[in-house]
Each structure stands twice: as C-alpha cells, then as structure tokens.
Design a protein around this ligand. Sequence first.
Ligand code: C2E
Ligand code: CA
Ligand code: CA
Ligand code: CA
Length: 279
Amino acid sequence: AKESGRDRYEVFDKAMHQQALERLQLESDLRRALEQQEFVLHYQPIVELVTQRLVGFEALIRWQHPERGLVYPDTFIAVAEDSGLIVPMGTWVLQAVCQQLRIWQAVAGSAALTVSINLVGKQLKSPNFVTQLDAILAETGLVGECLDLEITESTLLENTESIKTSLLQLRERGLQISIDDFGTGYSSLSYLHQFPINTLKIDRTFVQQMSHGKKDDSIVQTIITLAHTLHMEVVAEGIETTEQLDRLKALNCELGQGYLFARPLDQEQADHWVNRACS
Ligand code: C2E
Ligand code: CA
Ligand code: CA
Ligand code: CA
C-alpha cells in the first residue's frame, strides 16, 4: 500500500509538472505573439433593441496563431493576467480600437458610435494606464465619450484606491464605465454607489434562462429595474432568439447584443455594418 501511495504521488507530481510546463510555454508564446502582432480584434454589434439601430461594438480579442488558427480569449486571458502580459496586451487593444474608431468616424461620420473594451483589475491598477490612454486619445484625436470600459464586479470589489482613482480620472475624460456579467459575481451592491457607473450588462446566462419554457425572468426584470432606478442603461448579452428579444423589449431593456443580431465580426464585416448604419 505504501508503494502504490508513492506511485500515486509521482503521477500527481508529473501531472503538476506537465501543467506548469504548459503554462510557461503558453506564457512565452503569448509574449512572442505580442511582439509579432498576432492578435486581432473582432467586433460584436450592440444595438438599440426597439429599432435594431447600431449604437456601437464590443471589441473582443482573438489570437491568430500561425499553426493553431484562431484562438479564443478564454484559453489565454487568465494566463495573460497572472503573468502581467495583460497590461501590454491591453495597451495594444486600446490603440487598435482607437485607430479603428478614427477610421469609422472619418469614413462614416458616425461620431455617435462607441466601442466597448474589456478591462481587468491589473490594467486599471497599472500606474501608466491613464497616461497611456491620454496619449492614445491625443494621437487619434478621439474624445473619451466614444469609449466604454467593461469591468467585472470582482474588479470593483477589489475596491482599491488605485482602481477608484483610475475610474474617476476616466470619468473626467468622458469615458463610460459598464459592469460586465452583472449578477454573476457577488451579492453586495454597495459598490454601485461608490463608483461612477453608466451601464449594467446582464450576463447571458440570465438572458438564456428566459426562454427555456420556464418563463423565469425575475432576475432580468430585477436588474433592469435596479439599473433604471440608479439612472443607468442596460445591455442584455447573449440574445439568441426573437422570444428573448421580445421579452426584453417588453421589460424596457434598451440595448442588447447577441447572435440574433450578429456574431463577433472581423474588421471587414464590421465595416459593412458601419457603412450600412450610416447610409
Ligand atoms: P465577455 O466580455 O462576457 O464577452 C462576451 C462573450 O460572449 C464573447 O466571447 C462573445 O463572443 C460571446 N457571445 C456574444 N454573443 C453571444 C450569444 O448570443 N451567445 C453566446 N453563446 N455567446 C455570445 P469571447 O469573444 O470568446 O470572449 C470571452 C471573454 O474573454 C470575454 O467575455 C471577456 O471577458 C474576455 N475578453 C475578450 N476580449 C478581451 C480583451 O481584449 N481584454 C480582456 N481583458 N478580456 C477580453
Ligand atoms: Ca464584456
Ligand atoms: Ca459579458
Ligand atoms: Ca453606453
């Protein structure tokens, strides 16, 4: 028994070792990918539900891997975050989004278009974040109002001075702040008063529960009422069916995104949406 116990530990050690190696490998691949500019952004339309008019896009990162093809963020964001690579990666995202927005605004005159960017706490806490943002805005000639930063509840609940300071500075520059995946994180709502928040994004798990015959939309209803009471906008994520759309409209949810309208689009497809919206 003693013998097999040791064997089991050895197997366990090997698995741990293997995992650590794979992580290190991924980290160094990501570093190289940043240098080689292998990341691309896809843009998912956000629409006004009543008119289905385009109001903006959410920028979603993908990795155009030379061998593995298009790699999705769920497989690398956590490692990028742990290793700190998320900071230079986020700067790249910000830069790429602003350059794209400048083109869209110049071509289509669509000053009203906003792009939402996903941010983790490490980026907000990075001391250069706001300085870099200022430089990018100055360089592209964009106003802060056309950017919307999506932050999760857990980031806000870290509640550090540096995050609070960054958010206030962002607000001074006119940037919008959204809470991503709202309702999935924590039960404490006290932070809603402590931070300057414009928008709540209803997580798609709640939206998708609405249509499974149960007609249980009390959570969605509660979030919409809460947002409106606090003078915030609501974006429903992951709308896939007209049934969900109709119910959300009936509940006065103003904005939404999801496969029903469009999947995340590559830049060319997004161009078409902008052109169509502005013609
Ligand atoms: P998220 O911010 O919640 O993004 C929404 C995710 O839902 C996206 O997955 C999108 O493709 C997917 N989605 C949109 N509509 C539908 C729908 O109707 N049905 C279903 N089933 N899914 C839908 P994606 O692009 O794989 O991104 C995953 C997560 O990676 C994002 O979740 C976000 O947390 C993170 N992420 C993406 N880009 C960035 C980035 O540039 N920076 C950071 N820090 N995180 C990012
Ligand atoms: Ca998001
Ligand atoms: Ca989300
Ligand atoms: Ca908005």
